[in-house]
Design a protein around this ligand. Structure first.
Ligand SMILES: [Zn+2]
Ligand SMILES: [Zn+2]
Length: 546
């Protein structure tokens, strides 16, 4: 157990003690101990074991006992109990409703509930009035406030796009004249994690007071659950904690590295010298600067030249009004051209997709006319004739080979029947990849982040077959898919398979998700050479005929 981890647990303990209205001196003592441990040059776990931890400033017998428990058992029992009882999302919702932390907890206890969602449910069922001290008036007020609340969202982990909007909004609001000199998104968002739990913003300022004050009054933040001179943690209405770190300009780079994480990555760099920006800190460490997407695990080496958004020359997976898209072929093509692309493949669905309209062979040929007309208008930009062809449960494709042979780009996709056992699913996908007309396997794992688990699929086998058949694998940029994930991209590339960064856009705006697809590929250490759609149109077309 490293110092950062121990310090984090003590900080969490301090926050929860504060929520439970504990003695403020105790709370502050834990915060100070956490700070001391975070900055300690020696492993605190060793000091605890050798009985010398009280040599550190600010650590008395009470905290020593907690530390011993943490080091010996890996947990602090009382902390876990408080976490169970004081679910931060419940307290966050309570604050939003105008309840103190203590009152939220009392109500939760009386109702036998623990989460914000359960509180919403209890309110909807009319159970609030069964709580001692909640009269009809209070109940009406709480119900009214709940009705104004947005849709309940998942408690743990925000989708990347939602998390980005949130922290970018906060960072921009704090970088105003008279507030922060500089501000940056940090935390999981800066590393482009597919599900963001640690939301953070770092600010540079000589005067932390006004920045912290402004943070607490932002519309995104309904309550502060933690605050000291350098740092605050607020919760959003969904109960999602957002951390704000403020640092003087001379150590902003250092603070930004720490706030960006991951904890494991930062721990392997510690101790960090002060630096005005990240480059200064890395230089002082004698370590090459590392793109945030690669800061998931310990790494001090030379990073590869990761693929960049600006190197993408086209998008190979998009939909139009022919299936479930919202824009026409020409509108999509024009928008792609405005992004500076050379090409866009229109890949509408085939009939087996079920829930939406799919293209029959006749439709595919009628669409060809529309694509031809768009190309006359948009040349030299090229709209490619593509398809997102369903892989049927037996592994056959949903369109006949002669139709597929006419197309410039064929995405093969599993949509229905995703609960298949691993062996069948792998055989099904393998059969599709063996079809000589298939260019790319869409969203290979079929996950919906936070909603549906990944398909049972033997990826290693898929990589082998894809390599043999010259089929690329997609990195789908839809925020709830991001499939392949970064880790899987890395495995695919190590196996020698090429990837395609695609948006699967269903609207002009959806084309913007290329940034997420590229970031996900970067998390998988992809370089431009490994990404098919960094290549010129001639090479995309040659790939088909070759
Ligand atoms: Zn699809
Ligand atoms: Zn699609």
């Amino acid at each position: 157990m490293n110092n950062a981890l121990i310090a984090d647990r003590l900080d969490a303990f301090a926050s929860l003690l504060e929520l439970s209205d504990a003695n403020p001196y105790t709370v502050r003592a834990y915060r100070r101990a956490a700070e001391t441990i975070r900055g300690a040059a020696v492993p605190v776990a060793d000091l605890v074991r050798s009985g010398r931890v009280r040599d550190l400033r600010g650590i008395g017998p009470g905290i020593e006992a907690r530390l011993r428990e943490l080091v010996e058992t890996g947990a602090i029992a009382e902390l876990e109990e408080l976490e169970r009882e004081l679910a931060p999302d419940l307290v966050g919702l309570g604050r939003y409703l105008g309840l103190t932390a203590r009152r939220s907890v009392e109500i939760a206890r009386a109702l036998g509930i623990r989460t914000a969602d359960e509180l919403r449910e209890a309110a909807a069922d009319g159970r609030l009035r069964s709580v001692p001290g909640v009269g009809p008036k209070t109940e009406a007020r709480l119900l009214e406030a709940l009705a104004r609340e947005d849709e309940p969202r998942p408690k743990r982990g925000l989708l990347l796009n939602r998390a980005r909007d949130l922290v970018e909004g906060i960072a921009a609001a704090l970088a105003q004249p008279g507030l922060a000199l500089d501000s940056s998104v940090a935390g999981d968002v800066r590393r482009f994690r597919d599900s963001c739990e640690h939301l953070a913003v770092a600010c540079s300022t000589q005067e932390p007071g006004p920045v912290l004050e402004r943070f607490s009054t932002l519309p995104q933040i309904v309550a502060l659950i933690e605050q000291d001179e350098q740092r605050a943690v607020g919760v959003t209405v969904e109960g999602v904690p957002v951390e704000l770190v403020v640092a003087g300009p001379h150590r902003f780079g250092t603070a930004l590295i720490r706030a960006t994480g991951s904890a494991e990555y930062v721990a392997a760099l510690e101790p960090l010298p002060d630096g005005t920006d990240e480059h200064a800190v890395y230089e002082a460490l004698g370590v090459p600067w590392c793109p945030p997407e690669l800061r998931e695990r310990a790494f001090r080496g030379e990073p590869p030249a990761l693929v960049e958004l600006g190197q993408i020359r086209g998008d190979l997976h998009s939909h139009t009004t022919w299936s479930d898209g919202r824009a026409s072929v020409e509108e999509m093509g024009r928008a792609a051209r405005e992004r500076g692309y050379e090409y866009l493949a229109i890949c509408d669905h085939t009939p087996a997709v079920g829930a939406v309209t799919g293209l029959t062979p006749d439709d595919v040929r009628r669409q060809a006319e529309e694509i031809g007309a768009a190309n006359e208008v948009l040349a030299p930009f090229r709209v490619l004739r593509g398809i997102e062809c369903d892989i049927l449960p037996d592994g056959r494709l949903d369109l006949p080979d002669d139709v597929l042979a006419e197309l410039d780009w064929v995405q093969a996709s599993v949509h229905g029947g995703q609960r298949m056992p691993r062996r069948e699913m792998t055989a099904r996908v393998e059969a599709a990849l063996r079809n000589p007309h298939v260019s790319c396997l869409s969203h290979p794992k079929g996950r919906y982040i936070g909603r549906r688990p990944e398909n049972e699929l033997d990826l290693e086998r898929v990589f082998e077959v894809a390599l043999e058949e010259g089929v690329a694998l997609e990195v789908n940029g839809l925020p709830d898919r991001l499939d392949l994930s970064g880790d899987h991209v890395r495995e695919a590339l190590e196996a020698g398979v090429e990837i395609v960064c695609s948006t699967d856009s269903h609207s002009v705006r959806g084309l913007g998700n290329m940034e997420l697809a590229v970031a996900t590929a970067r998390r998988g250490w992809a370089t431009a050479e490994q990404v098919v759609n960094t290549r010129r149109l001639s090479r995309i077309v040659a790939r088909r005929s070759g």
